[in-house]
Design a binder for this molecule. Structure first.
Ligand code: SAM
Length: 219
């Protein structure tokens, strides 16, 4: 088996991405577990996670660090949040905001075995509902299937320190199904230019379509 470290906490196991399992022996969504020399890796397919897809597509910088705190907006049932939980490790924190009660049920069961993940049932427009819990964070990861995606990130940027990073995934169809994706991406990024500089943008084909993965740095 050939294992290489790609970024902090992110590995290639025989050419496929993986994170080190924080909760040994436990799967989150049916992913494969691979053991090597006392370590256990959770395989991280780019077809199930846009962060994994972005790494496969050439993400240049990775700002999620061991011990860091991440505000995750649109946590769904915890697939990508669980890998971020592996990366930040036991000393880090993942604040997982999700507004669907149905997804929240699955998310809570993931959080029960991962002490560094905190589930928050809330609409991410309503930052006042979780401001006292989150405080400040190092990174915001946003993947919400909502219409006002830039507005949600703008509201949540209050939690990010100057120079902090946001991974902003734009789903064009949620914003406007009638416009072509390119113009939706431009329109959403333009709304954020007073707060963020764009560091990198990536399209995620063939893993995911009609999404733009943007890396932003707070001014
Ligand atoms: C594409 S899914 C997220 C998948 C997840 N990021 C992953 O990779 O595992 C988008 C999620 O955003 C949630 N969502 C949509 N609008 C939201 C809002 N205003 N506040 C919080 N969550 C929202 C949806 O309920 C849905 O679970």
């Amino acid at each position: 088996m050939i294992i290489k470290q790609i970024f902090n906490g992110v590995y290639s196991v025989d050419g496929k991405l993986a994170t080190l399992n924080l909760v040994k022996g436990k799967k989150v969504y049916g992913e494969d577990l691979v053991r090597d020399d006392g370590r256990e890796f959770r395989m991280w397919t780019p077809y199930r996670s846009k962060l994994s897809a972005a790494i496969m597509k050439g993400l240049k910088e990775f700002h999620i660090e061991e011990g860091g705190s991440v505000l995750y907006l649109g946590a769904a049932n915890g697939t990508t949040p669980s890998h971020i939980s592996d990366i930040v490790g036991a000393g880090g924190r993942v604040f997982a905001v999700e507004m669907s009660e149905r997804s929240m049920r699955d998310l809570i069961s993931v959080c029960e075995t991962r002490e560094n993940m905190l589930p928050i049932l809330a609409d991410a427009h309503r930052t006042e509902l979780y401001s006292s819990i989150v405080g400040t964070c190092d990174v915001i990861y946003q993947d919400v299937s909502a219409r006002e995606q830039a507005q949600i990130l703008k509201a949540n940027s209050r939690f990010l320190n100057k120079g902090g990073y946001a991974y902003f995934i734009i789903k064009s169809q949620s914003v406007d199904m009638t416009k072509d994706p390119e113009s939706v991406f431009r329109q959403e990024l333009a709304q954020l230019e007073d707060i963020f500089d764009v560091v990198q943008t990536l399209e995620l084909e063939p893993y995911d379509s009609a999404h733009l993965f943007a890396v932003l740095k707070k001014k």
